[in-house]
Structures are given as C-alpha cells and as structure tokens.
Design a protein around this ligand. Sequence first.
Ligand SMILES: Nc1ncnc2c1ncn2[C@@H]1O[C@H](COP(=O)(O)OP(=O)(O)OP(=O)(O)O)[C@@H](O)[C@H]1O
Ligand SMILES: [Mg+2]
Length: 395
Amino acid sequence: MKRPVILCVDDEHFILTVLKHQLQFQFESDCQIETAESGEEALELVEQLLQNKIEIPLVISDQIMPGIKGDKLLTKIHAIAPNTLKILLTGQADADAVGNAVNNGNLYRYITKPWERADLNLTVKQALHSYFQGKQLAQFYANLEKQVAERTRELHEKNQVLAKLNQQKNEFLGIAAHDLKNPLSAISGYAEMIKMDFDEIPPEEMLEIVDKISISSRQMFELVKNLLDVNVIESGQMNLSLSIIDILPILQELVKHYRERAKAKNIQLQFQCLEKQYHALADKNSVQQVFDNLISNAVKYSPHDKSIYVHLSQDDNFVRCEIQDEGLGLSDEDKQKLFGQFTRLTPKPTGGEHSTGLGLFIVKKLIESQQGKVWCESQLGQGATFIIQLPVAKI
Ligand SMILES: Nc1ncnc2c1ncn2[C@@H]1O[C@H](COP(=O)(O)OP(=O)(O)OP(=O)(O)O)[C@@H](O)[C@H]1O
Ligand SMILES: [Mg+2]
C-alpha cells in the first residue's frame, strides 16, 4: 500500500525545507512528506495523488504566496478532497484569511509563523489521529449501513415467505372447512329427516339413513385424521421411532384386507415376493399408513376388471415395493402435483370412494423422514406404478 502524504506548501524554499525536515523526523513512519512551492503546483500534486489513490490526510499551507493564496488554495483542495485536514501558516495576524479558510476550506487549525516546533508537532499529531479515526468511523458506519441494508432485505424476504405461508394456511383451512361442511350438512339433514318423519319411516329405510350418517361421519373422521397428520408433519413434531421391522407381514396383511374391497370391482390384487423376510430400518406405524394409502389408491382409482400387482424385493441397500395398477395413469401435469396437499387430480374414485387429497402428501413426508424415497412412474392411459424404497436393515 502506498503511504499517505502530508503536503507542505510555501513559496520560501528555506521554510519548506525546514518544515519538511521537522515533519520527516517526527512522522516519517506514518506518512510521506511532499512539498510544493506554489498553490498551483500544490493543486497539481493533489490531483495526481488522488488519481493514484494516495491518501492525503493533511495539507499545511503558507498564506502569503504569489498566485493562489493559502486560504484560496485550501478552499480549492477542500472541494476535491473534503476529508483532508488543512492547516494554515500565517505570517502576521491575518484574520480575514483564517476566517475564509475556516468557512470555505474547513480549516483544522492555523499556526502563526515562526511556529513553535513542539506546537506544530502536537497539532500535526492530533490532525493525523483525527483523520484516521474519522476514516475508521466512516468505514464503521458504511459497514453498519451495509449490515442494516442486508438485515432489512432478509427481513423483507422473510416477511414475504410468511405472507405466502399465511396465504397457504388460509387456503388449507378454506378447503378443509369446505370438505368438512359436506358430510356435516348431510348428517344434519338426515337427523332432521328422522326428527320430522320418525313415525312414518319404515325400519329398512331408517337403517339406510343411519348407514349414510355413519358413512358421512367416517369421511369426516378420515379428513380430521389426515388434517391432524398434516399438522404434526408441518409443525415438525413427527414422532417416528425407527427400528428393524419386517415389511413382508405388513404388506401381506394389507393385501388381504384390500383384496376383499377389490372384489367388489372385480379387481385382482396380486402379491409377489421371493424371500421370507424383508428387514428395513423404519417406523412400523408410518410404514403401515404409507402402504395402506398406496394400495387403497390403486384399488380406488382402478376401473373394474383390472389387476393390481404388489411386488416386494430387496438389494444391499434398499427394500423396495412397487404397486402397479392398470388404471388411467397420470399426465405429466398431474404427476407434478401428485404429492401436494389437497390434490384431487384427473383420475377419480371408480367405486364412489371418499377422497381427501392428502394421502400422498403424508406418504411422501413420512417416507422421506425415514431416509426413504417414494415416486411414481406413469404414462397417461397406461396405469401407474408407485415405488417405495426404505433403507435395508443389516442384521
Ligand atoms: N394409483 C393411482 N392412479 C391414478 N391416480 C391416482 C393414483 N393414486 C393417486 N392418484 C391421484 O392422486 C390424487 C391424490 O391422491 P392421494 O392419495 O393424495 O389422495 P386421495 O386418495 O384423493 O385421498 P386420501 O388418500 O386422503 O383418502 C388422487 O385424488 C388421484 O387423482
Ligand atoms: Mg389416497
């Protein structure tokens, strides 16, 4: 780094030499001492130094000089180097010049000639101290301003994220309330019906109405259960307990359960595996919930008279389960939305089943929080295959 410069200006060569000598002796370790024998030469030098990005903490100038006088020179220097401190050396009491330099050149001090050596040394020392402290302070404020701007930007971004989350929450609540309203108004309608016509309703019809009430309450229960699951997931309070579990009996149980339901649509539910055990490191309850949703979806969205294949396999790293159906399949657009919240896509239940649109969202969160993976391979019109991978448990 180039050393900062103290510039001394005087038309008397002898005075300039004495001044330079004194300052060099005292301040050489901090600054370089430069001299100019006229105001014009001083201005040129200042411009050159500034162009070369050399700092000028201090200019000491004589007042009475041919050409530009000291007070005018300091005023001009102030215009191009406002941070530079200025000292005026006055031969005889020249109050006007000092006043002018104070007002227009931001004069730091004036010293009368002949100066006292100690007085000049102390004044220059204080000037340098003040200049470098001012610079540090300016740097500090600039950093502070930068930090404030940065924090303000971060705060603004966070506010935007919060506003978006708030909007999503409102949408979520809106859909949930809407989905709860339908079964609730059905229940209240049936209750009203029973109250009004209690004596006229034959027992078989009464049973039908009670059945409908029961279906509506089950739908509400399913939705509330899913909403609570989503709430637990979103608030990061999922309480999974990972242990070594065998996936085989879980799947066998579910396949058995859904075979009964599939029968109603004449759907064949086939299960294939080669080995006797499929140990994974996972949370048993959530694995059950995940496969329940995937198999129920396959049955729910498959047309009548089709087949569903559940295939279990494993390698060194993963236990893998594929659930393949012969349903409508999914378009690329639908596939992108598949694991979102309240996604009821183009395929609709083929047997009047209930659909909350939250199942796959929960599946993905549950699987990913136990280092597993879930994805869907499908082409429109060619069925869908949902694949789950869970980390294998090495026993
Ligand atoms: N096997 C599949 N074949 C075709 N479409 C499917 C299949 N599985 C899911 N989908 C589509 O994805 C949507 C979201 O499925 P998801 O399991 O998240 O919700 P749901 O089945 O509608 O309701 P829930 O699982 O909460 O009872 C479904 O509405 C359906 O349109
Ligand atoms: Mg589902």
